[in-house]
Design a protein around this ligand. Structure first.
Ligand code: RB5
Length: 150
C-alpha cells in the first residue's frame, strides 16, 4: 500500500518525522512536499495529495498543516476524498473502519510527534469494515457529493 504525504510549512517538521518513521519500516511512501519551512498555501498541497489518490498513485494519504483544519477542509473538496482530522487513536481507527476515510489530517501545532506517529500507525492498520450500515452511510456521503459537487 503506497501512502502519499503532503503538508504546508506548518506541517513540514511533522511530515518529515512521520516519513522517517515509515521509511524505517520500509513502507512505500510518496512525498508530495512541501519540502522546506518556507510559507506555502495548504490548498495546493491538499489538491496534490487528493489527485494522487484519485489517480491511483497512492491508496491513501496523510496531510499535515498547522492545525489540520485547513488541510481537511481543502482535501474534502476533491470528489472521492474522505479526509478526517484525527488527534486521537479512537477517531483514527473508527474513521477508517466505519467511514472509509482515505486521508488522515494532522495538526502539527496541536499534537506532539509521538502521539501523531501513534495515530498514524493505528490509522494505517485499520480497514473499512464493509458492514452494510457503514457502506450505506458512505454511499450516502457519495450521493451528497454527486448532488452538490457534480
Ligand atoms: C498556516 O499558517 C496555517 O494557517 C495552516 O498551517 C493551517 O493551520 C490551516 O488550517
Amino acid at each position: 500500500m503506497r501512502v502519499a504525504f503532503a503538508c504546508d510549512h506548518g506541517g513540514f517538521p511533522l511530515k518529515q518525522r512521520l516519513l522517517a518513521e515509515l521509511r524505517a519500516d520500509n513502507a512505500e511512501v510518496l512525498d508530495l512536499g512541501t519540502n522546506s519551512p518556507d510559507p506555502v498555501d495548504y490548498p495546493d498541497y491538499a489538491e496534490a495529495l487528493g489527485l494522487a489518490i484519485r489517480e491511483g498513485r497512492a491508496e491513501c494519504g496523510v496531510l499535515v498543516c498547522g492545525s489540520g483544519v485547513g488541510a481537511s477542509v481543502a482535501a474534502n473538496k476533491l470528489p472521492g476524498i474522505r479526509a478526517a482530522l484525527c488527534h486521537d487513536t479512537f477517531s483514527a481507527h473508527q474513521g477508517r473502519e466505519d467511514d472509509d476515510c482515505n486521508v488522515l489530517c494532522l495538526g502539527a501545532r496541536v499534537i506532539g510527534p509521538e502521539l501523531a506517529a501513534e495515530i498514524l500507525r493505528v490509522w494505517l492498520k485499520a480497514r473499512f469494515s464493509g458492514l452494510e450500515r457503514h457502506q450505506r452511510r458512505v454511499n450516502k456521503v457519495k450521493a451528497l457529493e454527486e448532488k452538490y459537487c457534480g
